[in-house]
Write a protein that binds this ligand. Structure first.
Ligand SMILES: *Cc1c(COP(=O)(O)O)cnc(C)c1O
Length: 396
């Protein structure tokens, strides 16, 4: 039987290669950081990690991880409700709830799992989920698992969202689901307007804040803080795999009864192994660090403004905004890929994003600024972009 599938896959893989969409993984020969070592031994500056606060290999995080390893051991070999809950997990749930300013939180192996587990328990056939057209794959998959009616509204289109709220007036429960930050554009969801519509039409609001928790908003609490709607969002999901140390793990956080019910009914929580205690301990230490000072998110904000200003002055077409995701628009797919290759040769690691990850004709290089970068790193990158951009005729 396998030969049939094998031929099928060979043809599909060839098509992916022919379209130039085959993903090759570059192997790093060392820890994640602002400077990374490639397999060929070269050191380059990294501008494509979700290491927004520079904590992925931060000494304090490593120390907390070592301590957690010694105190709590390596693996739990159990789900939470059998024998997989330690004090370190309960402590982390309390810390993340306090950090986000909500009642309670529940841990998952990843935010992908959190999104897989938060729709189906709450929303049955007689309910409706309204979801932004550009939501993350894990929200899309999570919604597929729920029996509720699914309505996709045009990206950030509040008129379309309102029309769909009117259309679903007879639903028992409604929930609007959105990314807090849309990761291809570094663009924020219009959470103030979404919450206003939710109140007018009696809908719940769920926000996936993976690209925001820890650094967006005046104290890094995420997009609900940025828009002043922290008490109006019912459920937040987020990841520990980006700004908060970058290892793995995620959570859902929000209203007390919702979190309590998820512990009873959320399938990725009930049927998947407990988050490793070393990750729980180190993530808790990250939250302690971020609760005490806004130093890192402030530096990230300054770095982002500096990089965006200098790139704009150099003549590049940057999607406007304030998020450390900085899309350098090249529109042409081949230009984006050749520019990324040329930048790597100059010692700057960035990635070109092409269709189908972004719409056709919207190819770009997505730069991600970190609090770990120093001004000299940012300037080095701008100069490399400028040199390569001139050579390839993309800027005057
Ligand atoms: C990265 C990301 C996820 C996945 O998070 P993991 O913890 O790595 O599974 C989910 N949602 C959004 C919006 C993301 O950006």
């Amino acid at each position: 039987m396998y030969s049939k599938l094998k031929d099928d896959l060979a043809a599909k893989l060839k098509a992916i290669r022919d379209d130039g969409l085959y993903k090759n993984e570059r192997v790093l020969d060392g820890p994640q950081g602002v400077r990374i070592r490639l397999a060929d031994g070269r050191e380059v500056l990294n501008f494509c990690a979700n290491n927004y606060l520079g904590l992925s290999s931060h000494p304090k995080v490593l120390e907390a991880a070592h301590q957690a390893l010694d105190r709590w051991g390596y693996g739990l070999s159990s789900v939470r409700f059998i024998c997989g809950t330690q004090a370190v997990h309960k402590t982390l749930e309390r810390k993340i709830a306090d950090f986000l300013g909500v009642d309670d939180a529940i841990l998952y192996a990843a935010c992908f799992d959190a999104n897989g587990g938060v729709f189906e328990p709450f929303l049955s056939e007689d309910c409706a989920i309204l979801t932004d057209a550009l939501n993350h794959a894990s929200i899309i998959d999570g919604i597929r698992l729920a029996k509720a009616k699914r309505l996709i509204y045009a990206h950030s289109d509040m008129a379309d969202l309102e029309a769909k709220l009117k259309e679903t007036a007879d639903s028992r429960l409604r929930l609007i689901a959105t990314d807090g930050v849309f990761s291809m554009d570094g663009e924020y969801a219009k959470l103030d307007r979404i919450c206003a519509l939710a109140e007018r039409y009696d809908s719940l609001v769920m926000v996936d804040d993976s690209h925001a928790t820890g650094f967006v908003g005046p104290t890094g609490r995420g997009t609900p803080e940025l828009f002043g709607v922290r008490d109006r969002v019912d459920l937040v999901t987020t990841t520990f795999g980006k700004a908060l140390g970058g290892a793995s793990g995620g959570c859902a956080a929000g209203r007390r009864e919702m979190i309590e019910y998820l512990r009873q009914r959320s399938r990725p929580y009930l049927f998947s192994n407990t988050l490793a205690p070393v990750v729980a301990g180190a993530t808790g230490a990250v939250l302690d660090l971020l609760s005490g000072t806004t130093e890192l998110r402030d530096k990230l904000e300054r770095n982002t403004a500096h990089f965006r200003n200098r790139m704009t002055a150099a003549g590049f077409d940057i999607k406007p905004g304030t998020h450390p995701i900085v899309p350098v628009m090249l529109y042409d797919e081949k230009k984006a890929l050749s520019m990324a290759d040329a930048l790597l040769a100059e010692g700057v690691y960035v990635i070109g994003f092409c269709f189908p990850v972004v719409p056709r004709g919207q190819a770009r290089i997505r730069v991600q600024v970190s609090a770990g970068h120093d001004t000299t790193d940012l300037d080095f990158a701008v100069e490399a972009f400028t040199a390569v951009g001139r050579k390839l005729g993309m800027i005057p």
